[in-house]
Design a binder for this molecule. Structure first.
Ligand SMILES: Nc1ncnc2c1ncn2[C@@H]1O[C@H](COP(=O)(O)OP(=O)(O)OP(=O)(O)O)[C@@H](O)[C@H]1O
Length: 352
């Protein structure tokens, strides 16, 4: 398990620690990740993701707050105790951080050597790890001879060498192509399921969250602004930033020619363009035909998509509502009363 309580991190560019030039990279972060779960933290560049994950193993020491990992409050440990605690916290990085002068076996063996393990014990630990990550045939190769995905597999095996209970993944798939990303995420899911390791990963990609996370937090300008199970986050993000991540992921934006015609203000000769998001029962209810019957509104569908997210179905649609202002307002109220999220993107002039 991992628990952050009220964790803040401020970087000072001046040696005297004055507030001028201070960067508040993490602000009062609270986060609880139960044992055996996979938790994603998503955010834009510069939001504080790396700072947050590096506070978990004290690569960055928080300015304030407590960090508990595997039941141990690690900000209070002395150097020796922290070193021991870190054996139970593995970490992998975007650029793998392998030692180029060591072959695959020796890279994985490194943490065990540093722990003073015997040659025999090291061999007994490294060989099954090579098997686990599917690199038994690459034992004597050097990093330069490996693909990006293979390098990340070595890094994962190295991170697992000291039998951690927690694995931190710092943008672990960001340097990989989509197919390789898929295979690394599958490996992480396997490790979580078979070894029961708790995984905290940071990413800027919704696909990563969708693929393997149980829960997700959204970080914005150093603050954790959402924390939800993945199905909820994808079907009903609570913040504007969450909705923007979702819309980018679904690539559901109005066509360019429509955007050029959109105006903010409505009047008697305009129709609203709406983005509808629906999940659960609403996906299978014939709401569009009901709209025509109940409110006298015609619906012109401009784009539509149905996504399956961890056993939840999410429907999205961009549509033009055709009717009088009273009818279209009534239609939007009707949709909202059926648990659809209705976002008015703008209004277009009627053609007639
Ligand atoms: N060592 C440092 N000294 C000063 N400022 C820093 C330091 N490290 C990070 N920052 C600043 O803290 C803020 C958060 O940075 P951080 O790297 O945690 O964000 P991020 O979400 O991981 O970004 P990215 O996705 O681009 O890596 C940024 O404004 C960054 O410039």
């Amino acid at each position: 398990m991992i628990e952050l309580k009220n964790v803040s991190k401020t970087y000072y560019s001046k040696a005297n620690g004055s507030d001028a030039g201070a960067v508040h990279a993490l602000k009062n972060a609270d986060l609880y990740i139960p044992k055996g779960t996979i938790h994603g933290v998503i955010g834009l560049s510069g939001a504080g993701k790396s700072t947050l994950i590096r506070c978990v193993n004290l690569l960055e020491r928080p300015t304030e707050g407590s960090v508990t990992v595997n039941g141990q409050e690690i900000t209070r440990l002395n150097a020796q105790e922290l070193n021991r605690a870190r054996h139970r916290i593995g970490m992998i990085f975007q650029h793998f951080n392998l030692l180029t002068t060591r072959n695959v076996f020796d890279n994985i063996a490194l943490p065990l050597e540093l722990m003073g393990r015997s040659k025999r014990a090291i061999r007994e630990r490294v060989l099954p790890l090579l098997e686990l990550v599917g690199l038994s045939d690459k034992t004597h190769q050097f990093p330069a001879q490996l693909s990006g995905g293979q390098k990340q597999r070595v890094a994962i095996a190295r991170a697992l060498a000291s039998e951690p209970a927690v694995l931190l993944c710092d943008e672990a798939t960001s340097a990989l192509d989509p197919q390789t990303t898929g295979s690394i995420l599958e490996l992480l899911r396997d490790i979580n399921q078979t070894l029961g390791i708790t995984i905290l990963l940071i990413t800027h990609e919704m696909e990563v969250v969708k693929s393997i996370c149980h829960r997700v937090s959204l970080i914005s300008d150093g603050e954790l602004v959402e924390d939800a199970v993945v199905g909820d986050f994808f079907t009903a993000p609570r913040t504007q930033l969450g909705r923007e991540f979702l819309n980018d992921f679904l690539q559901l934006a109005p066509p360019k020619e429509l955007v050029d015609r959109l105006q903010e203000a409505a009047n008697d000769s305009t129709h609203p363009i709406v983005r509808l998001t629906f999940s659960g029962d609403a996906v299978s209810t014939p709401l569009i035909s009901q709209l025509a019957r109940e409110c006298g509104v015609d619906v012109s569908i401009l784009q539509a998509k149905v996504e399956s997210i961890q056993e939840r179905t999410l429907g999205l649609m961009i549509a033009e509502l055709l009717g009088t202002p009273e009818q279209t307002q009534q239609a939007m109220n009707y949709l909202k009363s059926h648990q659809l999220q209705v976002e008015v993107l703008g209004h277009v002039q009627r053609d007639d």
